[in-house]
Structure formats: structure tokens, C-alpha cells
Write a protein that binds this ligand. Structure first.
Ligand SMILES: C[S@@+](CC[C@H](N)C(=O)[O-])C[C@H]1O[C@@H](n2cnc3c(N)ncnc32)[C@H](O)[C@@H]1O
Length: 273
């Protein structure tokens, strides 16, 4: 069930919702003060979602972060005092708009810096999504804060070598999560005190691999029979699980997975890395 913290639930919602759903709803309500008046979440965010649903349907629109996730991520941008953000996977722009607005609260000004770079750099492979995102940035009055590099993020990341970011948000194709993380670390792209936010790290196909001691099967679904979609497992579950295992064993970092939405991992580098 999708909950919308801008609307009050019906009595039917209360009747049908699980405790977890009700808790999510209550937490969202408690965190978003009346109707998006907190400065970090611009009022255009619900409109971006509605427009995305109208263009691509509800299933595809679900790729965007929810309003409440935008609030939470904005909080972390404030917490680390971020000045520059790298987003890998932008879609129609919801998360980028939240990031830009949170940077404004940190006192960051729009426009290119001395090196010609705007405060938020977004990477997306799709020119179609990028164009819609640019329009949404204008609508939210954050176009001076965000630039999009269109192309495979694996290549775009290499072109950004030498730049540093206080927050790196990984939310593109799941198969490349480990490669994105490695590229960012190898190129020293996370500034000291910075934070990785990694989305969808507990997607259902990854949870199928809950027993971390079982070797990952190459050609069959996990034997518990819970999986009904081998493609989802192979291209989402398996690479996400491998990423989770990779960072769990990485002595350079400290990471925690928050069991919210479809799993959000927060990761920081330890001091000597
Ligand atoms: C989950 S969506 C991002 C959602 C976005 N953060 C938001 O909140 O609206 C994933 C995006 O990653 C992009 N993508 C997929 N593969 C990619 C790749 N290899 N390089 C760059 N972007 C990619 C897709 O085009 C899609 O827009």
C-alpha cells in the first residue's frame, strides 16, 4: 500500500494497513511538518510524482524516492553540512530537487563554482528522463543548483575524477552498485566527513538471499521458493546482495542499513581512508 503523508488516511486505510504501514505513515506525518512547509522539501515534489505517473504509469513512477525519503535524505544533507552532492540515477528529478533544496538550507548558492561545476551533479543514462528532470528543476527553481551528465554512469564517474562530494547518492542500475562505490572510492570522490546514501539495498529479490553463508546460485532461484521472478533476482537481488556483502567486509568503511522504504544504506569512510 502506498501512503501519501500529505493526505489523511481513510478509515479503510486504518483497517487494511499493517502495523508497519501505520508506523511508516505516523513517522512520515511526524517528520514532515504541516504540508511541506519545511524549506527542504519544495512544494513541487508531489507534482513531479503526479507528472511522472501520468507519463510512465505508477509502476515506473515508483522508481522515484518518496516524499518522506526526500525529507530523511535532506536531514542527512544538513547533518553533514554538505556543499556538493553527486547523484547516480536521477530519473525525473525528485531526489535531486530535494538535495538541491537541502543545500540551499546549508547556505549553498546556485550557479557554477570557479571550476564551472554546479553544486549537484546528476548522472543518468537516459536523455528522455534527463530532459524531464531539467524541466522539473526549473519548476522547482533549482536549475542553478543542478547539472545532469547523460551517459552510462560508469563512464561519467571516470570523467569526474578529481572532484569531491559531501554526499554521494547511489540509485541507478543495481548491477553496477559495487562498481559505482569502487569508482568513487578509488577516485577519492567522497570528501572527508562525507556520506554515501545507497537506495534499494533491501529490495525483495535481495532479501531472498538472507542467509549470507549460502553461496549465490548462478542458475536457479533460491530454494525457499519465495522468489517468483528470476530476472529480478538475477539483475536486482544478486548484485544488491553482493554489494551489501562487499561493504560489510570492507575494512575502509562503516555502513548501516536502515530498514526503511526498500532499504537505505548509509556509509562513511573511516578516518584513515
Ligand atoms: C531508481 S531510478 C532513480 C530515481 C531517482 N533518484 C528519483 O528519486 O527520482 C534509476 C535511474 O537510473 C538510471 N540508470 C540506469 N542505468 C544507468 C546507468 N548505467 N548509468 C546511469 N544511469 C542509469 C535510469 O535511467 C533511471 O533514471
Amino acid at each position: 500500500m502506498v501512503f501519501d503523508p500529505t493526505n489523511n488516511p481513510t478509515s479503510q486505510y486504518y483497517k487494511d494497513a499493517s502495523d508497519l504501514e501505520l508506523r511508516n505513515f505516523y513517522a512520515a506525518k511526524a517528520s514532515i511538518n504541516t504540508n511541506f512547509t519545511i524549506p527542504s522539501i519544495p512544494p513541487t515534489i508531489p507534482m513531479v510524482y503526479d507528472d511522472t505517473v501520468a507519463r510512465f504509469g505508477k509502476n515506473t513512477a515508483e522508481m522515484a524516492i518518496s516524499h518522506f525519503q526526500g525529507v530523511i535524505q535532506s536531514f542527512f544533507v544538513g547533518l553533514v553540512g554538505a556543499k556538493r552532492i553527486l547523484e547516480i540515477g536521477t530519473f525525473t528529478g525528485s531526489s535531486a530537487i530535494c538535495f538541491a533544496s537541502a543545500l540551499k538550507r546549508n547556505g549553498v548558492k546556485g550557479g557554477p563554482d570557479a571550476n564551472g561545476n554546479k553544486p549537484v551533479i546528476c548522472l543518468d543514462i537516459s536523455e528522455k528522463f534527463a530532459q524531464i528532470a531539467r524541466d522539473n528543476f526549473k519548476e522547482a527553481a533549482v536549475e542553478d543548483f543542478i547539472e545532469i551528465i547523460v551517459g552510462d554512469a560508469n563512464e561519467s564517474l571516470a570523467s569526474l575524477k578529481g572532484q569531491q562530494f559531501d554526499v554521494i547518492f547511489i540509485d541507478a542500475d543495481k548491477i553496477s552498485y559495487t562498481a559505482y562505490y569502487d569508482a568513487a572510492i578509488d577516485n577519492k570522490m567522497l570528501a572527508k566527513g562525507g556520506l554515501f546514501i545507497v537506495d534499494n539495498t533491501a529490495l525483495k529479490p535481495a532479501i531472498q538471499l538472507i542467509d549470507c553463508s549460502v553461496p549465490l546460485p548462478e542458475d536457479k532461484l533460491p530454494e525457499d521458493g519465495r522468489g517468483d521472478d528470476y530476472e529480478a533476482y538475477k539483475y536486482l537481488g544478486r548484485p544488491i546482495h553482493e554489494f551489501n556483502e562487499y561493504i560489510r567486509q570492507d575494512p575502509r568503511c562503516e555502513a548501516i542499513m536502515l530498514p526503511i522504504f526498500t532499504g537505505v544504506t548509509l556509509l562513511r569512510m573511516l578516518d584513515n581512508n
